[in-house]
Design a protein around this ligand. Structure first.
Ligand SMILES: [Mg+2]
Length: 202
């Protein structure tokens, strides 16, 4: 099958550390249940220059380079690749972060597991992921952000949502909540037995 994989909080642990950095910088605590990347939208009272300083510090401090691999992620990518699934990373990260993404994947000996790595380029993350799913003919997508999972549920594919404090609540029927990579593998194996290969994709 053709499988799309989100990067942050699917292969890495990222959002909790982002919130911790935000608290250290601005003294504002955001609970994990309300975690999201779009904090500048949520706190418009913080001047743009301060946001710029925050993001520059993260970048220069190697925030993305230091993200830890989530348990079971590497073994799962290798297992999926070994049985012939085709894997694509589709991330909401920006084009200028592509180099660090590749460096991180290479550092964890994961780069060769993926047939493509797609970063967002100006559009909303939901549009970026929907476009990539359609263009690549993806049949499964592994995600953690609830608004993304709901948007992807409009497409003819199965979404696996990694259970996180920030994505609790009910889900559309085509979205399945999973708690670990072994559980994701089991779900993918189950889908593989009952889904025909897509037509028109090599
Ligand atoms: Mg994510």
């Amino acid at each position: 099958m053709r499988i799309g994989i989100d990067l942050d909080d699917v292969l890495t642990e990222s959002l909790p550390a982002y919130l911790e950095a935000f608290t250290r910088c601005f003294g504002i605590r955001v609970p994990l249940e309300e975690a999201a990347w779009d904090l500048p939208k949520r706190f418009p009272e913080i001047p743009i220059q301060e946001w710029e300083g925050f993001f520059t510090d993260l970048e220069e401090g190697g925030f993305l380079d230091r993200r830890p691999l989530l348990p079971g992620a590497k073994a799962a990518m290798e297992a999926l690749q070994q049985v012939g699934h085709r894997l694509y990373i589709v991330t909401g990260r920006l084009p200028r972060q592509e180099e660090v993404t590749r460096r991180w994947l290479k550092g964890h000996s994961l780069l060769s597991c993926f047939e493509g790595i797609f970063h967002k380029d100006g559009e909303f993350v939901t549009e970026h992921k929907k476009k990539a799913i359609t263009a690549l003919g993806l049949q499964v997508f592994v995600e953690d952000e609830p608004h993304v999972a709901r948007a992807l549920a409009e497409l003819p594919l199965k979404v696996l949502l990694f259970d996180k404090p920030w994505n609790q609540g009910s889900l559309p029927s085509s979205v399945r909540r999973i708690h670990s990579w072994p559980e994701a593998l089991e779900a993918i194996n189950g889908l593989d037995r009952c889904s025909p290969p897509p037509t028109g994709y090599r």
